[in-house]
Design a protein around this ligand. Sequence first.
Ligand code: G6P
Length: 478
Amino acid sequence: MLLPFLRDSAGVNTSATACGIRLDISRQRLSADDFKRLLELAESKGLLDAFKRMVQGEVVNASEGRAALHTSLRSWNPRAPHYEEVARERERMLNFATMVRDGRWRGCRGDRITDVINIGIGGSEMGPHAVWHALHPAKADIHLHFLSSVDGVLLERILAQCNPRSTLVVVSSKSFTTRETQVNSAAVDQWLLDNGIVGADRAKHMVVVSANPHAADVMCLPAQNFFHLWDWVGGRFSVWSAIGLPLAIGLGAETFREFLQGANEMDRHAFNTPVEENLPALLALMAYWNATRLEITSHCMLPYDERLRVTVPWLQQLEMESLGKTVTPEGERIPGHTGLSVWGSNGNEAQHSFYQWLREGTGRTSIDIVWSEMPGHRYAEHYRVLLANARAQAEALVMRDPASPYFNAVSTIVFDAVTPRRLGAFMAMYEHKTTMLGSLFGINPFDQPGVELGKRLSKRAEAGGDPARILREEADRQ
Ligand SMILES: O=P(O)(O)OC[C@H]1O[C@H](O)[C@H](O)[C@@H](O)[C@@H]1O
């Protein structure tokens, strides 16, 4: 199979830049004619119009009857849907974060808060975790801990690092029904109790973030300890809401604001830019081409930047939970491949691990290699070596025997610098890639029926039921 590289075609613009991020698709495997047809497809499917309808508040999540307005969470435009309530809650959340940071909010015995435990899983953990890993200072005044899985080892390790008197617990659950989060928050509550932190004192150490308006009542916490998000924010799109509270505490309100502003810049770019220069639209079109025409079923993200390491699992949830579906909202089966499986790792480490498979194994993989033009440290030699590796691998990964049925299609994504703003733009870019890809496939990217089945099953299994029998009963009912 002799596949062309886009860079071999004359007259095609193979790179586009916005919000300090340069996308290069020259190593994708298609011809100028294929590319032209993809642009026409975007036009005929109304790709950007569908995106605009989402931003304007149309009910795009048909199965749950909801809009998907994560873009409103980072908009300073008073015409954005829900502008006022978003701005109000954002200011309340940022004020609280600032009080914790500057010591006006203290533990019940007057200690400054030095540790924040985020109890949450999935979208209530992955976004904050990715951003914290990217932006936290080498020596932080306030440490964030992520208690996600219901595994006592993680619990024990986190509690061992924290002093209850100087710890703030943020319980984050959009639905407020997630079992792992319930079990973990009960255990941490018990830890506070065991350390004599009860009654009004407890309210100095615990807050809750949820779309369930009764969450504070249920947790016996005062209303001021409750931060709201809305049902029109999907869990995996929620880092911009009060789910980001631990970030605002750990990094500061200004940094969090810049992160939102960067995302808003990408939103405006995606809204106003023609497809051929529109970063998320180009990413979506390449993924669509790779999945449907080249039968590539996996996408590998390889950041050559330590700060971006945890964006890999974040992207994995974002894309796989959104696009891991094979039917349209009307229940019709979609022919061919849809959402790709997403995996990856720190690129430099992966060179010494799975690159052999990427280079010479029996796979077809779409790859994003990511690096920054500015290092986040002062070690010039480290940066020189790392960058040389990133550039070399971008080439090495596409160079295979042209007759082989196995190959890779590579995009490079280059930050001018990894700042809070750029990170916001980067994450928003992938959000838009994901929802645009949903439009191209004809998938609703905002629901997760398969995950919910798993949640129901686990609850019934916990109560002693036999998962196989429950599944059969569920199937019979449909
Ligand atoms: O925030 P919660 O309601 O606790 O949900 C946590 C997670 O639960 C499920 O796994 C969903 O599929 C995820 O999208 C969600 O982020």
